[in-house]
Design a binder for this molecule. Structure first.
Ligand code: GLA
Length: 698
């Protein structure tokens, strides 16, 4: 049992395989955070539960370490909850009421207001083998009057006692998502958030905290990720007394709502964990947890071909058939037609919303292409962007009232499109309806679901939750419903690249499109940042043209494949133009990928050389039972001739011997100890050299 409560000490302990998470009820009846980190004897932490006061000016220092904490009294830290009761009182006093333990690993701690019939349940779900805890709250109003909820966060995490707190997070923009950032926190708040209606490319709801000295392989790291795909907010607040609170949930910005009498509100899940083996261990814990408990039941990612970069909007059935034949010859398993197959969608200015197959582009219908694709031994997949509409579309002409808009405003167009107010029941029905028809009528095995703009001028939802929340809830409901109706169909989350990937969306998505930037060198940075938080098993990476259409960089085909083989492999180049030699080389890489993809997708990731430390970047994956491992190594540029480079591997069995081969060359046998200590000599020549090591335990 991972959950303990002692009546004597009034301490709760959540015990995972390697950590203790301790909180308790203090003398004032408030639930107070006590300790989070390596395993301890919880009872011996009792001294940390006592009230802390600095002076009569800072009488309640302990209020900043409340396990949740609402705004009220002398609570000045970022609150978990801020409310206004029906009579205008805006002070919340949450006292401990009791607890419940459900099943093996779930704990509910009950809080209630001292005066009002207003309750907050804090839920904890423990994943002992991953050292991870999921938290969320349920707020219930049993008053006769509605309660206005101004801020309702999912959880508050506490980290205490470090001389410095360094926050790691990601930042970015379209075509430059998931760039790793590190900052030492001074007193005050560091806020990462989205107010854009979706998760966003500019920030992502994941954080890590260390003392500034942890590295890939050593040091204590506290981390968390929020499962919400709309407006979110994570506030890291360092107090002047050296305490760090990380408060996260749905963004309160423009988000107040009334909780009716008898109604309750449930927050999204905020996942948190602790790792003692540095950032590498943190990522591996998160990845394993995601694979086991977040992602839908799954198989290995299929090798896909996507025709977007080859044809853009100029989708023509016969051209697609030509591409499909070439893709099949490469060993591709899933052929995906992207934007441009429907309505009058010949560019990004028209047609969005008209989800009928364009008869000029598909004279024999879409199913004819699907039959060809299936005849070639591949599955068929299709792109959609159901939440959006071009003003130049039949849908918009029929339902101009369906878009987000304020009545006195025209509404901002982004990428020449508006966003549908998915909070409206009729819009939700429309989306569910056309998607159901599309999937019922055609033999489609895969959907790439895009959302290419942010929310602006959000208007209002018909009732209840704020419009921002309604949109996300309806997206989740539609995905859940489509998955139930079409269990054989797999889904990819995409939002103008990687702008909607988080633990909320990943409960429904089999895979994710991480960025529209397909330059294999830029991708190393994007993929590295992404994989700090998210499992490489969902990270879709395409091999595209050289020079790259986005930035003009030329890279060898091998480099492009190596970079793309570190997640789910796709090909997005115009393969009709590839030479026989390129086709032959690509075919070999696809075959190789199929051999190693189990290790990549279900294995453990070690960042041997993260980007920026040297002119090498190296990533190793160790398969489930340790029998297989692969390492991808990339060279930025050559300087002054090359001294021998030795790559020190990780995650191997020191006593075991491994057959190691570089790029399919002859294998040599080495002990794990040697490979991890002295390393393996690499040959890497030329700028943008890359190589792949395969290890098999003997
Ligand atoms: C977005 C996606 C791309 C592609 C285009 C199509 O930018 O991220 O992969 O599907 O839309 O318009």
């Amino acid at each position: 049992m991972p959950v303990y409560y002692s009546e004597e000490t009034r301490l709760f302990e959540i015990r995972t395989d390697r950590t203790s998470y301790v909180f308790g009820v203090n003398g004032k009846g408030t639930v107070q955070h006590v300790y989070w980190g390596e395993r301890v004897e919880a009872a011996e932490c009792i001294d940390m539960l006592k009230g802390r006061s600095h002076s009569s000016f800072d009488a309640d220092v302990d209020r900043e370490t409340e396990e949740f904490g609402g705004w009220g009294g002398s609570h000045y830290a970022e609150p978990g909850l801020k409310v206004e009761f029906g009579d205008g009182v805006r002070d919340l006093k949450l006292d401990y009421e009791g607890y419940e333990i459900a099943g093996e690993n779930e704990l509910t701690v009950k809080l209630a207001d001292r005066h009002y019939a207003f309750r907050v349940d804090m839920h904890y779900k423990v994943y002992p083998e991953h050292d991870i805890i999921e938290r969320y709250v349920r707020v219930r109003n049993d008053e006769a009057l509605p309660v206005r909820i101004e801020q309702a966060m999912a959880a508050v995490w506490s980290v205490q006692g470090l001389p410095d707190y360094r926050m790691t997070h990601v930042s970015g923009r379209w075509a430059g998502e998931y760039q790793l950032r590190r900052t030492v926190l001074s007193e005050g708040k560091k806020v990462i958030e989205s107010r854009r209606g979706f998760t966003g490319p500019h920030a992502n709801p994941w954080f890590a905290i260390d003392d500034g000295k942890s590295g890939e392989t050593h040091g204590r790291v506290w981390f968390g990720a929020l499962g919400w795909s709309g407006n979110w907010k994570i506030v890291a607040e360092k107090s002047t007394f050296g305490h760090l609170r990380i408060v996260g949930g749905i963004n309160d910005f423009d988000g107040a709502f009334a909780l009716a009498p008898g109604a309750s509100y449930t927050s999204p899940v905020f996942t948190g964990g602790f790792a003692d083996g540095g950032f590498g261990a943190m990522s591996r814990q998160l990845h394993a947890y995601e694979r086991a408990h977040v992602l839908p039941a799954r198989q290995l990612r299929k090798v896909l071909y996507n025709s977007w970069e080859a044809t853009e909007f100029d989708v023509q059935a016969d051209e697609q058939i030509k591409l499909a034949r070439r893709a099949a010859a490469l060993g591709v398993e899933r052929f995906v037609v992207d934007d441009g197959w429907f309505g009058a969608r010949n560019n990004d200015r028209a047609g969005l919303g008209d989800w009928q197959v364009n008869p000029a582009k598909f004279p024999n219908g879409l199913q004819a292409l699907i039959d060809e694709v299936k005849g070639l031994g591949m599955e068929f997949g299709l792109w959609v962007e159901p939440e959006s509409v071009n003003p130049d579309s039949d849908l918009y002409r029929a339902h101009p009232e369906w878009i987000y808009r304020f009545p006195t405003r025209e509404g901002t167009q982004l990428r020449n499109q508006h966003l549908l107010n998915l909070g409206l029941p009729e819009v939700k029905e429309f989306v569910l309806g056309f998607m159901t028809e599309l999937l019922a009528k055609h033999d489609i095995s895969f959907i790439k679901w895009d959302m290419n703009r942010t929310v602006t001028e959000p208007g209002s939802a018909p009732e209840g939750l704020p419009v921002w929340q309604k949109h996300v809830e309806h997206v989740y409901e539609i995905w859940a419903e489509l998955r139930a109706r079409f269990p054989h169909v797999e889904f990819e989350t995409c939002a103008g690249g990687g702008a909607r990937i988080d633990l909320g969306m990943l409960r429904f998505a089999d895979q994710a499109w991480v960025s529209d930037n397909t330059d294999a060198r830029d991708r190393l940075a994007i993929q590295e940042g992404f994989a700090y938080a998210y499992s490489p098993s969902v990270m879709m990476c395409w091999v595209t043209e050289s020079p790259n259409g986005f930035n003009g960089r030329s890279l060898p085909l091998s480099y492009r494949f190596h970079s793309s083989m570190m997640g789910g492999l796709g090909i997005g180049a115009n393969i009709s133009k590839w030479s026989d030699a390129e086709m032959a080389e690509a075919r070999e890489f696809v075959a190789l990928y199929k051999e190693i993809r189990g290790t990549v997708q279900e294995g453990e990731l070690y960042r041997l050389e993260p980007l920026g430390r040297s002119n090498l970047a190296a990533y190793q994956y160790v398969g489930k039972d340790g029998a297989e491992s692969v390492a991808f190594v990339f060279l930025q540029s050559q300087h002054f001739g090359s001294a021998e480079r030795r790559l020190r591997l990780q995650g191997l069995d020191a006593e075991a011997t491994y057959a190691v081969s570089q790029d399919g060359g002859e294998a040599v046998v080495r002990h794990g100890a040697t490979l991890m200590g002295a390393g393996f000599p690499l040959t890497l020549r030329g700028d943008y050299g890359s190589t792949l090591l395969r290890l098999t335990r003997l």
